[in-house]
Design a protein around this ligand. Structure first.
Ligand SMILES: [Zn+2]
Length: 343
């Protein structure tokens, strides 16, 4: 069975193509991180190699081997992959050498299954040379080989590559659907399922990871604690934090985006509580505390912080000086009362 949660339209389309034997030579799965692109790609690889009458069964030897990344005919190419020494290497782009190896292997018949599948994860990171090299392969499809390109941003891919693929867009799914799947299929306790369904913003993969790995929720708590310190903190504390974030931005900008997103969710929740629409908040485990803190700020102040956070995000995207952007953000944030701190 298909493991992807939601995405019914896409699954139906793939199911029909499988039944008609009309699978494309190349697919492009687009959608935000953790929405299910890799799960769907592996499921499709299973369906193409499954030995049962209703593929993908998930139980046969092929499905099991693909599920545990041990199948010789299913390869994942991306920024992180094992080198010759077996050690994981992290690159800044998918190189032409990686694609040349793929080309070579695509010309060989399947080793143990029915169909070779090459999954290119983070296809937007293909170097220009690698993309051109891949294009040649896509222009001359070989039998029993399927390429699946995964990307969160297909605007960064050459149009020539996109035009050679069948593009399928995976959209974030409804909160209720995530909650039902977490509690129904994975046995997650209702309160935790409700919280994770809100926090994941429709991307089931994140919710499932957080359900199985407590460190993600612990990390969120630490970040929220820091946010609350900043809300009641003085200017010195805020500037120190701005410098800290700016320093992280130069090394791991994804981490700063995550923190800004968390802040945005938090201030949006305060806005919802302030206007009496608390049932729509994201941080459902902080409901009482948000209600308490919302009294510290006016509606105008909360809206101004949300606008500043959005503006800071836009400016960072446009390569503005990160320290300056983050200092202005901290400086403009209204100060909460210490005796109402949420801890
Ligand atoms: Zn199977």
């Amino acid at each position: 069975m298909w493991q992807v949660v939601g995405q019914d339209r896409t699954l139906l389309l793939l199911q029909r193509s499988l039944e008609k034997g009309a699978i494309a030579h190349a697919y492009l799965f687009t959608g935000p991180p953790h929405v299910g692109k890799m799960t769907l790609a592996l499921n499709l690889a299973q369906a193409l190699n499954c030995e049962a009458s209703e593929p993908p069964c998930g139980d046969c030897s092929s499905c099991q081997r693909i599920g545990s990344a041990k199948h010789a005919d299913v390869q994942i190419i991306g920024l992180t992959s094992a080198g010759n020494t077996g050690e994981a290497k992290t690159r800044t782009e998918i190189s032409i050498n990686q694609i040349r190896q793929v080309q070579h292997q695509a010309n060989l018949p399947p080793f143990e299954g029915k169909c070779k599948v090459f999954i290119i994860d983070g296809a937007e990171h293909l170097s220009i040379e690698a993309a051109n090299c891949l294009l040649k392969t896509l222009e001359e499809p070989v039998g029993r080989v399927v390429f699946i390109l995964l990307t969160a941003n297909d605007s960064l891919l050459p149009a020539t590559v996109i035009s050679r693929c069948q593009r399928l867009e995976l959209l974030p799914i409804a909160t209720g659907e995530v909650e039902t799947a977490l509690s129904g299929c994975w046995g997650i306790e209702p309160q935790k399922a409700k919280l994770l369904a809100r926090l994941c913003h429709g991307c089931f993969g994140w919710a499932l990871s957080a359900a199985l790995d407590d460190s993600l929720l612990e990390q969120r708590s630490e970040r929220l604690d820091r946010l609350l310190d900043i809300i009641i903190g003085d200017y010195e504390e805020r500037f120190t934090y701005a410098a800290e974030l700016a320093d992280q931005f130069s090394r791991r900008r994804g981490l700063v985006w995550e923190i800004l997103d968390l802040w945005l969710d938090f201030w949006r929740d305060l806005l919802l509580v302030k206007v009496g629409f608390g049932e729509a908040i994201t941080n459902v485990d902080l409901e009482a505390k948000l209600a308490d803190l919302a009294r510290d700020f006016s509606l105008v102040e909360i809206r101004a912080v949300i606008s500043s956070l959005q503006a800071a995000g836009d400016e960072l995207q446009q390569n503005a000086n990160p320290r300056l952007v983050l200092e202005v953000l901290m400086l403009g944030m209204p100060r909460g009362q210490g005796d109402r701190v949420i801890r």
